[in-house]
Design a protein around this ligand. Structure first.
Ligand code: UD1
Length: 423
C-alpha cells in the first residue's frame, strides 16, 4: 500500500489545473443506462471511483471506453441489460446507488445492493426509496439488496424530500426523465453536480426545468438519445488546492475555478485572511498579511459550506490565531481526521457534531493515517506547512477522489512524494 511523504516548506507558487468533478461524473455515467445511444463525457477525472463505476456499468451490460488517457468516457448501453448491481462492486462505493433510478426507468425493475463507501456516518437509503416510490416503484429490502419494480412503468408525481439529498435528487431526475407524465421534486438538492446532470439529461432529450433551485420539474419523455457532455469542474478539488497557498503562503492560480462553485467557502477564506481573485483562467489565491484568523464554519447543503471541504478547512484552522468551531450538519461522524491532526500537534476537541479548534503557532510532522477521502487530503495539507516530515498512510482513500495529487502539488513547489509501503 502506498504512502505519501510531505515535508513542510515555504510558500507555493504557480498553477494547478482542476479536474472534472468526480461526484458529477459518478452521476452522469449511470445516465447511459437511460438510452440505447452512446453518451460521451469529456473532461472526466481519472480516479479509482470512476473505474469502480465503469466496472459496475460493465457488469450491467454497458460499455465504457476510456479515451484520451481516460479524460473522455465513451459509454453505450444498447444490448441486453442485467438489472442486478452486485454487492461485490457496490460495497466499494456509495455512489453505486445511482444506477437504481436509471435501471428502474429503462427496465421497470432493478435489484441493487445496499451501498458502502466512506465510513462517515449511517448514510441510509430511505430518501432514495421514498422518492422512487413516489414515481410508482415498489421497493423492498431482502438479504441486503433493494428489490425495486414498477409494474406498468414509472408515473410522474409530485414529491417533497425530507432532506435535500444529492444522490436521491439525481436518482429522481434520471427516473422521472423516462416516467409517464410530469414530476415535480420539492426540496431538491441544488449542488452544481445536479445542475450538470440536468444539463446532460437535457442534451439527451429530457425535459427538465428548475435545476439549481429547490423545485425541479421534469416532463417525462418516451426515449432519450445520445449526447456529448463536458463534466463540470470539481469544486471540492478546487477548494482543496485553494487551501494549499492559504496554508503555506505564496500564490497559486487554480485553473478552471470559478467563485460561483465555491462562494460560501470563499467567504470563510476571506474572513480567515485569504484573498481570492477570479481571473480569466481560474481563481488566484494568496494569503493576506499576517497569521490566519479563526473562523466558525457550519456545513450545509449547497449553497452552504460543503461538508466535503470541512476536513481541509480544519487543517487550515489548526494554525489560526484564536479558536474556531466547526459544526458538521450533513454527516454525524465526520471528524475522524481530528485525532490524526492532533498527532501533528493540533489542539482539537470534538463533542458530537462540533469540533473546537484552538489554533497553535505551528504543526509538527508525524506519521498519520488517512481515514476517508477528504480526511486524507486534509492531512497532506496540514503536512505541507508542518515542521519536519509527515507520512500519510492508507492513501488509497485519496486515489478515489484526487488525480495525481503529488504531481499537482509538486508543480507549485511542494515537497511531496509517494512511496511504496514495504510492510
Ligand atoms: C453526495 C456526495 C458526497 C457529499 C454528499 C453531501 C456524491 C457521489 N457524493 O453524497 O461527496 O459528501 O453528497 O454533500 O455525489 N441520507 C439519508 N437517507 C438517504 C440519503 C441520504 O438519511 O436516503 C443522509 C445521509 O446519511 C447524509 C445526508 O443525508 O447524512 C446527505 O446525504 P446525500 O446528500 O444523499 O449524500 P450523497 O448523495 O450520498
Amino acid at each position: 500500500m502506498d504512502k505519501i511523504i510531505v515535508r513542510g516548506n515555504g510558500p507555493l507558487s504557480g498553477q494547478i489545473p482542476i479536474a472534472g468533478a468526480k461526484n458529477a461524473c459518478l452521476a452522469l455515467m449511470p445516465a447511459t443506462l437511460l438510452s440505447e445511444e452512446p453518451l460521451t463525457l469529456t473532461n472526466a477525472p481519472r480516479l479509482s471511483d470512476i473505474r469502480t463505476m465503469t466496472q459496475l456499468l460493465a457488469s450491467l451490460g454497458a460499455e465504457v471506453t476510456a479515451l484520451q488517457e481516460g479524460k473522455v468516457l465513451a459509454t453505450s448501453c444498447h444490448g441486453e441489460i442485467n438489472p442486478v448491481a452486485d454487492y461485490e462492486i457496490v460495497r466499494k462505493m456509495r455512489a453505486s446507488n445511482l444506477v437504481l433510478g436509471p435501471l428502474l426507468a429503462r427496465l421497470g425493475h432493478a435489484v441493487v445492493s445496499l451501498p458502502g463507501g466512506c465510513a462517515i456516518g449511517a448514510r441510509p437509503m430511505d430518501i432514495h426509496i421514498d422518492a422512487l416510490s413516489a414515481l410508482g416503484a415498489e421497493i423492498e429490502l431482502r438479504e441486503g439488496y433493494l428489490h425495486a419494480k414498477a409494474a406498468g412503468g414509472l408515473r410522474g408525481a409530485v414529491h417533497e424530500m425530507r432532506f435535500a439529498s444529492v444522490g436521491a435528487t439525481e436518482n429522481f431526475l434520471m427516473a422521472a426523465s423516462l416516467a409517464k407524465g410530469t414530476s415535480v421534486l420539492k426540496n431538491a438538492a441544488r449542488e452544481p453536480e445536479i445542475v450538470d446532470l440536468a444539463q446532460c439529461l437535457r442534451a439527451m432529450g429530457a425535459q427538465i426545468e428548475g435545476e439549481g433551485t429547490s423545485t425541479i420539474t421534469i416532463q417525462g419523455v418516451d426515449r432519450l438519445h445520445g449526447a456529448t457532455h463536458p463534466v463540470v469542474t470539481d469544486r471540492i478539488e478546487l477548494g482543496t488546492y485553494m487551501l494549499a497557498p492559504a496554508i503555506c503562503g505564496g500564490e497559486v492560480e487554480c485553473l478552471g475555478g470559478k467563485i460561483a462553485l465555491v462562494e460560501s467557502f470563499c467567504e470563510k477564506l476571506d474572513a480567515a485572511g485569504i484573498s481570492v481573485e477570479e481571473t480569466e483562467r481560474g481563481l488566484k489565491v494568496k494569503r493576506k498579511n499576517g497569521r490566519i484568523r479563526a473562523v466558525d464554519v457550519v456545513t450545509e447543503p449547497f449553497p452552504g459550506f460543503p461538508t466535503d471541504l470541512q476536513a481541509q478547512m480544519m487543517a487550515l484552522l489548526c494554525t489560526a490565531e484564536g479558536t474556531s468551531v466547526l459544526e458538521e450538519k450533513i454527516f454525524e461522524n465526520r471528524f475522524m481526521h481530528a485525532p490524526e491532526l492532533a498527532r501533528m500537534g493540533a489542539r482539537i476537541e470534538v463533542h458530537g457534531g462540533h469540533a473546537t479548534v484552538h489554533g497553535v503557532e505551528r504543526l509538527k510532522g508525524a506519521p498519520v493515517m488517512a481515514t476517508d477521502l477528504r480526511a486524507s487530503v486534509s492531512l497532506i495539507l496540514a503536512g505541507l506547512a508542518a515542521e519536519g516530515e509527515t507520512v500519510v498512510s492508507r492513501v488509497y482513500h485519496l486515489d478515489r477522489g484526487y488525480e495525481r495529487v503529488e504531481e499537482k502539488l509538486r508543480a507549485v513547489g511542494a515537497q511531496i512524494e509517494r512511496v511504496k509501503d514495504e510492510a
